[in-house]
Design a protein around this ligand. Structure first.
Ligand code: PEP
Ligand code: MG
Length: 587
């Protein structure tokens, strides 16, 4: 049995599929049969030439869209992918040591890392990042789709698949989109890491921070993932298997039952109106939002378009994509957030800098400011798409009032340009600020005077308030919403919005977590945006609590001094209000 961080609720029993990657920690794998060597060399050669073709196309597109300096990064990647020294080393390892191409790539990468580590110079560190990128690109063309894997212990051959990986990068997670995965277990990552958010958005039970799991599990093993308690059991005995299968059935039965509330309005037991919106990353999520009864999209994270795109999407491609999202979203109401890249989400064409603290560094709006052409093009695409629905434009990671003023000026200029060019766009697109940096929360009064609405990004607000990286399982115990400091700051921001009558949504993960929702509702929040999978649960929860009750809970929570006191107080309240829904909150 392993213990990790519960990141997405639910229970599942299934067959493990270990995601091998060039960055994985597993031992090198040899080919089962020496006769397979020529096939493996051919697979490798094909992966190299596919990668080279991709890179050639990217160089052309990036040069057109962003400029020659940005395209240079990919020119250097092209050189690496054509580097005979590197390629021959991989082929030699396949031939002489009968290694799989993926293992050979892994060893070559380790060799580069070791020799570059001896050289104390930024240039070589950046260079290593480029080699890593290229090797990972080649590797991505080598990995077989998970479902071709035999399910050794499966009783009927149709067990659900549980993905086990060292780490799932946001870009990788996108490519897993169409595979029917029933559970995810990773060694790294915290409760609001982007991989965790993606599991939640698909309603898949997940546990992260499970140290050593990739060494303990083999593809084909039966395993249990309990996304409520953060428990993972590899090769469970009969009794445990039967017990968890029963929990799995109960969990999914309850989910199926809850979704029947999709056409009911969201309101508390005493009839207070509430808006339940969805956080989405792509068109499939927009459709999911419609199915579960969300009344709009409170957060569309546009960076996933950029992460899943081989090169930089131009204005027209963005416009078409946003339009499609709007058309598929409930009530065509969508809040579109401008690019929030950086931190753990990087695309190589925007330049790479090694930073000691990427989450505190060059990310999000800071990166958009440095690429004004790209930023303006995105704003144009959003404004144009704004004609097709009720659209808001949201700016991430605003830290100072000066930044907000720059943003407002750019939006105004862009509107003027569109008007002058005679390009139709949505005249009534509202603009808003993500409050997710403590500096913005503290000075929220000033921000409210110069923006139409705000959206509280509690995932980032929490990590910056408690100075604990949201991706690092070692500090996950600090990075959690049920804490006195977080609720005090949230109350302050909500009070400021109430005083000024500014519309406010909370779109961090806590908007979909029952215990937090009881407090937020009591503090006066009426717009919650969450992964679509949680909408039915939160609707059911709010229907079983009155405004006065929730206000009492919030008042009491603000008197408590420790995380533990808050947690146990809210455990008891949730149990009282709706014990059936406890399974949807992490322990
Ligand atoms: C947040 O920070 O709470 C948020 C919703 O944005 P993201 O998780 O994309 O950083
Ligand atoms: Mg954020």
């Amino acid at each position: 049995m392993h213990k990790g961080i519960a990141v997405s609720p639910g229970v599942v029993v299934g067959i493990a599929y270990r995601v091998e990657s060039v960055f994985g920690t597993s031992d090198p794998q040899t080919l089962a049969d020496p006769k397979l060597i020529p096939t493996e060399i051919e697979r490798f050669n094909n992966a190299v030439s596919t990668s080279a073709h991709e890179l050639e196309a990217i160089v052309t597109k990036v040069a057109q869209q962003l400029g020659n300096a940005e395209a240079d990064i990919f020119k250097s990647h092209l050189q690496i992918v054509n580097d005979h020294g590197l390629l021959d080393r991989v082929r030699a390892l396949i031939e002489k040591q009968q290694l799989t191409a993926l293992s050979a790539l892994q060893i070559v990468l380790q060799g580069y890392a070791a020799s570059f580590a001896r050289i104390e110079h930024d240039y070589y560190r950046e260079r290593l990042a480029d080699v890593r990128d290229v090797i990972s690109r080649i590797g991505s063309h080598l990995t077989a789709p998970p479902l071709s894997q035999p399910s050794a212990n499966s009783e009927n051959g149709e067990e659900p698949v549980i993905l086990v990986a060292h780490e799932i990068m946001p870009s990788q997670a996108m490519s897993l989109g169409n595979i029917p995965i029933a559970g995810i277990v990773t060694e790294t990552g915290g409760g609001t890491s982007h991989a965790a958010i993606l599991s939640r958005s698909r309603g898949i039970p997940a546990v992260s921070g499970v140290v050593g799991i990739t060494n303990d599990v083999h593809s084909g093993d039966l395993m249990v993932v309990d996304g409520r308690d953060g428990v993972v059991i590899v090769r469970p005995d009969r009794e445990a298997t039967a017990a968890y299968r029963k929990m799995q059935r109960e969990f999914f039965d309850l989910k199926d039952k809850l979704v029947l509330n999709r056409d009911q309005p969201a309101m508390s037991a005493d009839g207070a109106q509430i808006e339940l919106l969805a956080n989405i990353n792509n068109v499939a999520d927009a459709q999911a939002a419609e199915k579960v009864g969300a009344t709009g999209v409170g957060l569309f994270r546009t960076e996933y378009l950029f992460l899943s795109h081989a090169d930089v999407p131009d204005e027209e491609e963005q416009y078409q994509h946003y339009r499609q999202i709007i058309e598929d979203s409930p009530n065509r109401a969508v809040t579109i957030r401008t690019l929030d890249l950086g931190g753990d989400k990087t695309v190589p064409y925007l330049g790479r800098r090694s930073e000691a603290n990427p989450f505190m560094g060059w990310r999000s709006i800071r990166l958009s400011f440095e690429h004004p052409r790209l930023f303006e093009r995105q704003i144009r695409a959003i404004l144009r798409a704004g004609r097709h629905g009720k659209v808001n434009m949201l700016f991430p990671m605003i830290t100072t009032l000066e930044e907000l003023r720059v943003v407002n000026r750019i939006v105004e200029e862009t509107r003027r340009n569109l008007r002058r060019e005679g390009v139709p766009f949505g005249e009534d697109v509202k603009t808003g600020v993500m409050v997710e940096v403590p500096a913005a929360a503290v000075c929220v009064d000033a921000i409210l005077r110069e923006t139409d609405f705000i959206s509280i990004g509690s995932n980032d607000l929490i990590q910056y308030l408690v100075a604990a990286d949201r991706d690092n399982p070692k500090v996950a115990h600090l990075c959690e919403p049920l804490s006195p400091a977080i609720f005090k700051v949230l109350q302050m921001v909500l009070d400021a919005c109430q005083r000024t009558g500014t519309p406010v949504t909370l779109c961090g993960e806590m908007a979909g977590q029952p215990r937090s929702v009881l407090v937020l509702f009591g503090m006066g929040l009426r717009r919650f945006s969450m992964s679509p999978a949680f909408v039915p649960t939160i609707k059911a929860l709010l229907a079983s609590v009155t405004t006065a009750q929730a206000e009492r809970f919030a008042h009491q929570v603000l008197q408590l001094k420790t995380n533990e006191e808050i947690r146990s107080y809210l455990n008891a309240r949730l149990h009282e209000v709706s014990s059936a829904l406890e399974v949807f909150d992490s322990a």
